[in-house]
Design a protein around this ligand. Structure first.
Ligand SMILES: [Zn+2]
Length: 239
């Protein structure tokens, strides 16, 4: 990937300067833009895409979605004014209110994974996950539905303890000793290094998402309902 993903280093970065590497016009005023660095987290890993804008001297694009396509991080959107060209120096900025809500939901998702491990006595794999609006959910490959009140109770103990959320890069050989209570390890893609997100004492798992710094920032975890799908889908929000 030609784009430096600044969101992996600092999830609180809302804005950065960048250079346009490529503009691919699609139709009318729509285009894909590739930058040398970005604060936009793309759709993936259970996390929705950021939205926001990219602006330079020549114009301004409203970014509707950031996507990983053909090994590139592409900002898809519409030119609201003028347009952008290759080599332009620009500023890109995400909708921070939306991103911060997603960060709280993603950390809450890891906390719910821990609560599931406590309830079932082992890490429970997820079949699907979505940590964003309009409704966040985790679908667990469990043999019975979790008790929503118990899940909430365990989750909110972790929130109340205001634990740090630690992010580190770990080489593949050292990965096993850094993980615990981690679901979905069987479908981990092969890589030289992994980004591990740890909530000390709760769990440590590979994850490329953006998280809050401490579990207290989640505020509170509310389980909205549990639905039988292929597994049991837990809809949740943060309060
Ligand atoms: Zn995650």
């Amino acid at each position: 990937m030609r784009t430096e993903p600044l969101y992996l280093e600092d999830s609180y970065l809302r804005r950065c300067e960048a250079r346009v590497l490529e503009v691919e016009r699609v139709k009318g005023r729509r285009a894909y833009v590739v930058l040398d660095r970005t604060v936009f987290h793309p759709l993936g890993g259970g996390q929705p895409s950021d939205v926001g804008f990219i602006a330079g001297a020549g114009g301004r694009m409203e970014v509707r979605k950031a996507l990983l396509l053909d090994g590139e991080l592409k900002h898809w959107g519409v030119f609201a004014e003028g347009e952008l060209g290759e080599g332009d120096e620009v500023v890109c900025e995400i909708d921070w209110g939306r991103r911060y809500a997603v960060m709280r939901l993603h950390t809450a998702g890891h906390i719910l994974d821990y609560a599931m491990a406590v309830l079932f006595g082992r890490p429970v794999d997820t079949l699907e996950a979505f940590h964003g609006p309009p409704e966040a959910y985790l679908e667990y490959d469990a043999e019975r539905p979790p008790d929503p009140a118990l899940l909430e109770e365990v989750a909110n103990e972790v929130v109340g303890a205001d634990l740090p959320v630690v992010v580190k890069l770990v080489r593949r050989e050292e990965l096993p000793e850094h993980l615990y209570n981690a679901p979905n390890l069987r479908r981990l893609p092969a890589a030289e290094a992994y980004r591990v997100v740890e909530i000390p004492g709760a769990n440590a798992m590979p994850c490329t998402g953006t998280h809050v710094r401490r579990t207290g920032e989640v505020g509170g975890v509310k389980v909205l309902r549990v639905e039988k799908r292929i597994g049991y889908r837990v809809y949740y929000t943060v309060t």
